[in-house]
Design a protein around this ligand. Structure first.
Ligand code: SAM
Length: 297
């Protein structure tokens, strides 16, 4: 087997060969520790029958580890300067396709259809560009892309918010939006020293696994997320106060919100951080007629 791309010496060699300079604006912090890469890939439990979507292959450090274990990798890289580098570094692997595109612009359902119909499941494995962590995850989840899980490196603070439980400071609308679809756990905490250049923040690898079934019945998922976002606008305020500001204007607004709380026997004086996803679902269903259907008319 060839020497890993991710050793500090080989990474430097590759960067020097191509005169590559990092772009901070693209979240370019490359991994230079093969142990971390092995660890990430082992969490993804890849087999020959797994298809992988990677975001941001960089110079291919993680990609080659994925390619050794998975059936096929399709990796999206926004930075055109990395294409010749990847062609070179990943030449030993014939199961990798690099797509030069912003992942946020990609038609992911089409990608799965085109590349992965012969595979048992599709997972996302990536060391994410931190400036777009949430939009990337939400694109996969809201777009109903048929993936079974994600093993993704991100800023630790974001991983903490995603995995947070009710009653904690980190719990909020992001925890709800992601835990609605996925079971979420922090697989490992990663120190700054395994990156080149080192980021300013701590990192963590998050393991998301698709839930077999939604945790609650909701009339409209977008509206559930709208209500949960609205309930956390000012964390110290009650949900009633927050929703009064965030829901659309209307003469009867306060009374309609109070009626909804009464209908479901919930205290309008509670704060957003005390509600479980199931309770947010019940609340959004109770507000649905007056504030979602009415808005559409
Ligand atoms: N996977 C490599 C590694 O672990 O060493 C590089 C990871 S680096 C944190 C993030 C990578 O994502 C960079 O290569 C960057 O150019 C790329 N990137 C940034 N924004 C992107 C986007 N919107 N779509 C696709 N790739 C992106």
């Amino acid at each position: 087997m060839r020497k890993d791309i991710a050793t500090p010496v080989r990474t430097k060699e590759i960067l020097d060969k191509y005169g590559f300079s990092f772009k901070k604006s693209l979240g370019q912090n490359f991994l230079i520790d093969p142990n971390i890469l092995r660890n990430i890939v082992s969490h993804a439990e890849l087999t020959e029958k797994t298809g992988v979507i990677e975001i941001g292959p960089g110079i291919g450090a993680l990609t080659e580890h994925i390619a050794r274990s998975a059936g096929k990798v399709v990796a999206f890289e926004i930075d055109g300067r990395l294409l010749p580098v990847l062609e070179d570094t990943l030449s030993p692997y014939n199961n990798v396709t690099i797509v030069h595109q912003d992942i946020l612009e990609a038609d992911l359902a089409q990608v799965v259809e085109e590349h992965f119909t012969d595979y048992d499941d599709v997972v996302v494995v990536a060391n994410l560009p931190y400036y777009v962590t949430t939009p990337i995850i939400m694109k996969f989840l809201l777009g109903k892309v048929p993936i079974s899980g994600m093993v993704i490196m991100m800023q630790k603070e974001v991983a903490d918010r995603i995995t947070a439980l009710p009653g904690t400071k980190a719990y909020g609308s992001l925890s709800i939006a992601i835990q609605y679809y996925m079971d979420a756990e922090v697989a490992m905490i990663v120190p700054k020293t395994v990156f080149m250049p080192q980021p300013n923040v701590e990192s963590a690898v998050l393991h998301l696994t698709r839930k077999d079934k939604a945790p609650a019945h909701v009339l409209d998922e977008d509206f559930l997320f709208e209500i949960s976002r609205g309930s956390f606008v000012q964390r110290r305020k009650t949900i009633l106060n927050n929703l009064q500001s965030s829901l659309p204007k209307g003469k009867e607004k306060k009374q309609q919100i109070l009626d909804a709380f009464e209908k479901i026997d919930m205290d309008p004086g509670r704060r957003g951080e005390t509600l479980t996803i199931e309770e947010f679902a019940i609340l959004s269903n109770a507000l649905y007629e007056d504030f979602f259907v009415a808005k559409k008319k």
